[in-house]
Design a protein around this ligand. Structure first.
Ligand SMILES: Nc1nc2c(ncn2[C@@H]2O[C@H](COP(=O)(O)OP(=O)(O)OP(=O)(O)O)[C@@H](O)[C@H]2O)c(=O)[nH]1
Length: 351
């Protein structure tokens, strides 16, 4: 009953229903998990993947102070003015512990917050990146079901969160401040390689010249990178959120990207691959969690870790030993399982 009402509210683009559904999936309580799984079933049955295929998922990353909030506020407003419905989500595992401003915090984007065509959701405070990324991925799908056709996912440019975000969006946009080298800017090397668009911010007033310089540096640096898409070469632009300069051209480029990726079918392939890799990521995470739930295996893991660290044991041997300890522990707990565990020697001799 609750699930049906929630699904109906969501599909009717009711903001309160969307907020409740997201809170539900962020909850780690087993009952909430069951309810949100049932909700996803309903949404699938209602064929909301139609909404997904029409949507555009944009990842935004950049070091603190780059001007992300101002940028999202201006871009978001321009998009809602064009009739789009825009959701802004955030991935910031640190917000839990730092107690600082939560990413996606409404006060950072005052105009967009008042805009009825926009929906802003702060980062879930799940703590670990895995948990935060998981709920953000599901939240994207809920927002799309609720009629938001553009989903902006922002991340703070520290830690691993930008890699997680790049793996859940269609286009990944890296914001760069108009001064300093990579290290000064706190930008990790690998992250530049993931960018489909690089945007130099604050290109106004005295910062125009350094912004253009940074733009030229990145443009030539990108020539040496292998493009991730067959039909798209990453581009570097400079914009000012303060006076709006360059914002329209930026959106044009994003639209070009979206069109090319759709027409070539690469967007579909990318999303499919992302889904499969999320599935395996979750399996790996779940398996590791299950394994460490056994106290005996946990103890064994500690001991093996120490031996591997000292160089007394090759990591591969330690991993096999740990997996065997896990299988042993499950067989002791569920004796019937032993009959079903394939013995490597027997299975080869049978073939
Ligand atoms: N000159 C100029 N300053 C800007 C521009 N955009 C943002 N700023 C300034 O840069 C500082 C940081 O901008 P914010 O928009 O708060 O973004 P942020 O520091 O990345 O912060 P978070 O959103 O919390 O990640 C503020 O002092 C802004 O006034 C711009 O286009 N031009």
């Amino acid at each position: 009953m609750m699930v049906r009402r929630l699904a109906e509210g969501l599909l009717a683009q009711n903001r309160a229903s969307l907020a409740r559904a997201i809170t539900l999936l962020e909850s780690r309580l087993p009952r909430s998990r069951l309810v949100s799984a049932a909700l996803f079933d309903r949404l699938l049955a209602a064929q909301t993947h139609g909404a997904s295929s029409e949507s555009f998922r944009v990842g935004l990353s950049g070091p603190p102070g780059v001007g992300k909030s101002s940028f999202i506020e201006v871009l978001g407003k321009a998009l809602t003015d064009r009739g789009h419905r825009v959701a802004v989500l955030a991935v910031d595992p640190s917000s839990h512990t730092s107690g600082g401003s939560l990413m996606g915090d409404k006060t950072r984007m005052p105009e967009l917050t008042r805009d009825l065509r926009a929906y802003i959701r702060p980062s879930p405070t799940g703590g670990m990146l895995g948990g935060v990324a998981r709920s953000t991925r599901d939240t994207i799908v809920l927002c799309e079901a609720a009629g938001f056709n553009i989903v902006l996912v922002e991340t703070v440019g520290v830690g691993q969160s930008e890699f997680a975000v790049a793996d859940m969006v269609d286009i990944f946009v890296l914001l760069i401040p108009p001064a300093g080298g990579d290290e000064l800017q706190g930008i990790k090397r690998g992250i530049v390689e993931l960018a489909d668009l690089i945007v130099v911010t604050k290109a106004d007033g005295e910062l125009i010249v350094p912004a253009r310089q940074v733009q030229a540096e990145y443009t030539s640096a990108l020539k040496f990178l292998r493009p991730r898409w067959s039909k798209w070469k990453p581009k570097v632009l400079s914009v000012s959120a303060q006076n709006g300069e360059g914002m329209a051209q930026l959106w044009e480029k994003m639209e070009d990207f979206c069109r090319l990726a759709r027409v070539s079918g690469e967007l579909t392939v990318r999303r499919r691959n992302q889904c499969v890799s999320w599935m395996w990521g979750l399996v790996r995470e779940g398996a590791a969690e299950m394994l460490l739930n056994y106290p005996a295996v946990r103890r064994r893991a500690k001991e093996l870790e120490q031996r591997v660290a000292k160089g007394d044991l090759p990591p591969g041997v330690a991993a096999d030993t740990l997996l065997e300890a896990f299988i042993g522990a499950t067989c002791r707990e569920f004796p019937l399982m032993e009959q079903h565990v394939e013995k490597p020697d027997e299975s080869t001799s049978e073939r």
